[in-house]
Design a protein around this ligand. Structure first.
Ligand SMILES: Nc1ncnc2c1ncn2[C@@H]1O[C@H](COP(=O)(O)OP(=O)(O)O)[C@@H](O)[C@H]1O
Ligand SMILES: [Mg+2]
Length: 275
């Protein structure tokens, strides 16, 4: 499933002024165009506040667009009916940045991972026992154990929680994953393990990734293509290798200069390089 983001702008309204007026709006996205091929891993990199999460919210239709279109396999997602949108959501899943905030502390791991199977019951249509089997399968796939399903999120480390979030995202067999800074909230020591897992899953399951990060080092290991976003504008995009070898914008050069020394013995990504 391909994703086309065409000239998307998002302007948040300014504060109310008087009865009818509003202050100047804030342009979070300014004429953003990206094209994500099926099967690719497409990175979006930019510092905090550059509009990355706003773009994912626009893709999921949690925000309206001020201008532009977002197309999935050619159809405009902001024009889908609610039923069509629900169908699309079973093919397009998201992994959130914060595995502490994104897992309901009152639900068991089983219920968290099975939830999308219930929500999309009209599409996946599984019995309760088949759902439990599927949960066990998913936990193994993300490097957890099946008995973990009886526990609650607080019993897990950050890295394990993010694995639970990944299992939940994979439950309905999506084709496309949005990963919004999936390792940013994790300790450096476990980031590489989770990145390795994501890389392996992408290859094994033939997934398309829209992978968001503020860290070019992460993008380099995971992505084929990358777009660099600065204050809501895409300043350059292209194959990862080309951007690394020959950055065109000053902003990209600054991000590259800010990257830690790629000493293979010290880098948290060394395990990935061996994959
Ligand atoms: N609902 C909103 N209303 C007003 N401003 C918002 C809203 N959501 C996000 N913003 C602003 O848009 C900018 C981009 O935010 P965000 O997309 O979260 O950035 P990133 O994910 O790249 O860190 C920020 O300046 C943020 O304050
Ligand atoms: Mg964000």
């Amino acid at each position: 499933m391909s994703l086309e983001i065409q000239n998307v702008s998002k302007i948040f309204p300014g504060p109310r002024q008087g009865f009818f007026g509003r202050g100047e709006g804030f342009t979070a996205l300014d004429d953003v165009s990206l094209s994500i091929r099926k099967g690719a891993s497409f990175g979006l990199v930019g510092e905090s506040g550059s509009g990355k999460t706003t773009l994912t919210r626009c893709i999921l239709r949690l925000e309206s667009l001020s201008a532009g279109n977002i197309l999935f396999n050619g159809s405009d997602i902001h024009k889908l009916t609610l039923l069509q949108m629900r169908r699309l959501r079973s093919r397009l899943q998201i992994v959130f940045q914060d595995p502490y905030a994104s897992l309901d502390p009152r639900m068991t791991v089983h219920d968290i991972v099975a939830e999308p199977l219930v929500i999309h019951g009209d599409v996946v249509n599984m019995t309760a026992s088949r759902r439990t089997e599927r949960v066990m399968e998913l936990l193994l796939q993300v490097g957890l154990r099946s008995e973990h399903m009886f526990r609650y999120p607080h019993e897990f480390s950050g890295g394990q929680r993010q694995r639970i979030g990944i299992a939940r995202a994979l439950a309905v067999n999506p084709e496309f994953l949005i990963l919004d800074e999936p390792t940013s909230a994790l300790d450096v020591s476990v980031q590489a393990d989770v990145l390795n897992l994501l890389h392996r899953l992408q290859v094994e399951l033939g997934l398309t990734y829209f992978f968001i990060s503020h860290d070019l080092g992460v993008i380099r290991y995971i992505c084929d293509d990358v777009a660099v976003i600065y204050r809501g504008k895409v300043v350059e995009q292209g194959p990862v290798a080309a951007i690394f070898d020959n950055p065109q914008s000053d902003y990209t050069r600054m991000l590259l200069d800010a990257m830690p020394d790629p000493d293979p013995d010290r880098s948290p990504f060394r395990k990935i390089a061996a994959v």
